[in-house]
Write a protein that binds this ligand. Structure first.
Ligand SMILES: Nc1ncnc2c1ncn2[C@@H]1O[C@H](COP(=O)(O)OP(=O)(O)OP(=O)(O)O)[C@@H](O)[C@H]1O
Length: 284
């Protein structure tokens, strides 16, 4: 398989936080959803990928190079959206388009105008008069208008209303119809990722908990409801987390097919990405 991004043992130590030995791969032609709680290390990981911070250890290969800082051609092929706006506050969209022509060799003014209309961005206002959602849409419009092959988006859809979020998710799905295009998208909104992601990488306290195909996760994981006294009879190797309540236990398992082969008496319910994450983080 061809990969757009490969992280191998990426480590970064801050005073009160460390990214520990982070390794995962983003296959070309796919959307990878990157999830984790506030402060789990998502932005730090994305910055390490883009060489915006210096890693203590590890290696990142992005679009085939591990020297992104020296490779302007590769930089041109990456569209980046972080949650802060990086456009000058006194510019309007027409002025931004003129500037971008000098930043990107492949700047597409007509495509940019199309996104400006689609995202209903006001052309008569300057950036400082934009709402935070408008600023986010502007960043996404720019990222999509220079023939990028890879989009790296940090919480890019989080501040947007459901209608425009849905439109943008459809644009992302369209973008990866070209199998050379890839998206790495961090988000708290797991329903968005359930809609568009092919793979999910979950980071918790600076460490990767899993990086797997979304369909496999949903197909393999499930929830067993049982009485507390039945818990010890379940094969431990399948158990990811347990939550007890006044009626009994909910048990997240990671191989429902095998468990059902071993225990024909059990019923295993289907689950969601959100539930898997909650069990991993908050399960006993
Ligand atoms: N430059 C820095 N110096 C010291 N600590 C930092 C620095 N940048 C980030 N951190 C710490 O690293 C941890 C992870 O931050 P990061 O922004 O990567 O999390 P995140 O998963 O993106 O969170 P959120 O979902 O809230 O954006 C936090 O505890 C943060 O305070």
């Amino acid at each position: 398989m061809d990969y757009a991004i490969e992280l191998d043992g990426v480590t970064k130590q801050y005073a009160n936080f460390s990214l520990k030995d982070v390794s995962f791969k983003v296959p070309k032609g796919s959307i990878m959803g990157f999830v984790g709680e506030n402060g789990a290390g998502k932005t730090t990981t994305l910055k390490a990928i883009l060489n915006l911070i210096r890693m203590d250890k590890g290696n990142v290969t992005i679009l085939g190079t591990n020297r992104i800082q020296e490779d302007c051609n590769i930089k041109e092929q990456i569209g980046v959206v972080f949650d802060e706006s990086y456009f000058h506050e006194n510019l309007n969209v027409n002025q931004i388009s003129k500037i971008m022509k000098h930043v990107y060799k492949n700047w597409q003014p007509a495509e940019f105008d199309m996104y400006v209309k689609k995202f209903r961005l006001p052309t008569d206002k300057v950036v400082k008069e934009y709402s935070s959602g408008m600023k986010m849409k502007l960043s996404i419009a720019v990222a999509l208008s220079h023939k990028a092959r890879l989009l790296i988006l940090d919480e890019a859809t989080s501040g947007l209303d459901p209608v425009i979020r849905d439109e943008i998710l459809d644009i992302f799905l369209e973008f990866i119809q070209d199998e050379n295009n890839t998206i790495l998208l961090s988000s708290h909104i797991t329903s968005d990722l359930e809609k568009v992601a092919d793979y999910i990488t979950f980071i918790h306290q600076g460490q990767i908990v899993f990086s797997e195909s979304k369909d496999e996760l949903i197909y393999q994981y499930g929830v067993v409801h049982c009485k507390k006294e039945e818990l010890s009879s379940l094969n431990k190797k399948h158990i990811v987390g347990v939550r007890t309540n006044q009626f009994g236990c909910d048990v997240m398992v990671n191989n429902k097919k095998e468990l059902l082969r071993e225990r024909k008496d059990l019923t295993v319910d289907n689950t969601t990405i959100e539930e898997i994450i909650l069990f991993k983080v908050r399960g006993e």
